[in-house]
Design a protein around this ligand. Structure first.
Ligand code: GDP
Length: 203
C-alpha cells in the first residue's frame, strides 16, 4: 500500500468522542519508549506525524490519523511508565480499556514490544486483556536494527514460545520492524491493505 495522505484528525480521552465514520481502524499500543511514534512516522513516511517522546508517558490521549482517506491509524498512550502518577498508572487506564471494548470500527490492534527485551508482564497482561475481549491483534517487534539476524530469530522464537506456554493456544501474527532502517514497513502496510479489502467488500 502506498501512503498518499496521512492527516491528524483529533485527540481525545473519550471513546464516545472518537470519529464516527465507519472506516476500518488499527490501534498501536505498547510500553512507553518502545518506538511507537517512530514506527508510526516510518509507516506513514512523515517526519513527525506522531510526536516522538522526549518525555515518555507524555502522550495521554487517543490520537486519530486518517490515512489515504479510507482508514484510521490510532496512536494510543504508552503504558507502564513509572513517572506517570500512581493514580494514572493503575494497570491500564480506563479510557484505554474502554476504547478497546467499545470501539466498533477497531479491526485490529498492534502491540509493540522491543525485540531486545524478555517478555514483560505488562505486555502479556495487555495481550490477555485483548484476547478476553476477542480483539484481534498482532505483535510488532521494534528496533530490530539493534540486533543481529540470529539473535532476532532467537528472541522472536522465545517470545512466541512464552506466549504459547501461557494462555495462548495459537501463536499471534507478528512483524519484525526497525524504524531507523525501515524494516517491516511493506509487510505491515500490505497486511493492513488486505484487511481493508475484506472490510470494504463486506460492508
Ligand atoms: P514511543 O515512546 O514508544 O513513542 O517511542 P519513540 O518512537 O519516541 O522512541 C523511543 C526511543 O527509541 C527514541 O530514542 C528513538 O530514537 C528510539 N527508537 C525508536 N525506534 C527505533 C528503531 O527502530 N531503531 C533504533 N535503533 N532506535 C529506535
Amino acid at each position: 500500500m502506498k501512503i498518499k495522505s496521512a492527516d491528524f484528525v483529533m485527540s481525545n480521552s473519550d471513546v464516545a468522542m472518537c470519529p464516527n465514520e465507519p472506516l476500518p481502524e488499527y490501534a498501536f499500543i505498547g510500553r512507553s519508549n518502545v518506538g511507537k511514534s517512530s514506527l508510526i512516522n516510518m509507516l506513514t513516511d512523515r517526519k513527525s506525524l506522531a510526536k516522538t517522546s522526549g518525555r515518555p508517558g507524555k502522550t495521554q490521549l487517543i490520537n486519530h490519523f486518517k490515512i489515504n482517506g479510507n482508514w484510521f491509524l490510532v496512536d494510543l498512550p504508552g503504558y507502564g511508565y513509572a513517572r506517570v502518577s500512581k493514580k494514572n498508572k493503575k494497570t491500564f487506564q480506563k479510557y484505554i480499556t474502554d476504547y478497546f471494548v467499545k470501539r466498533k470500527q477497531l479491526v485490529s490492534a498492534f502491540v509493540l514490544v522491543d525485540i531486545r527485551h524478555e517478555p514483560q508482564k505488562i505486555d502479556m497482561e495487555f495481550m490477555e486483556h485483548l484476547g478476553e475481549n476477542e480483539i484481534p491483534f498482532s505483535i510488532i517487534f521494534t528496533k530490530a536494527d539493534k540486533l543481529k539476524p540470529k539473535v532476532i530469530e532467537k528472541n522472536v522464537d522465545s517470545y512466541i514460545k512464552k506466549l504459547l506456554s501461557g494462555v495462548w493456544g495459537e501463536a499471534p501474527n507478528y512483524f519484525v520492524t526497525s524504524s531507523s532502517k525501515k524494516i517491516g514497513r511493506d509487510k505491515l502496510l500490505d497486511y493492513i491493505y488486505t484487511i481493508n479489502l475484506d472490510f470494504f467488500s463486506e460492508s
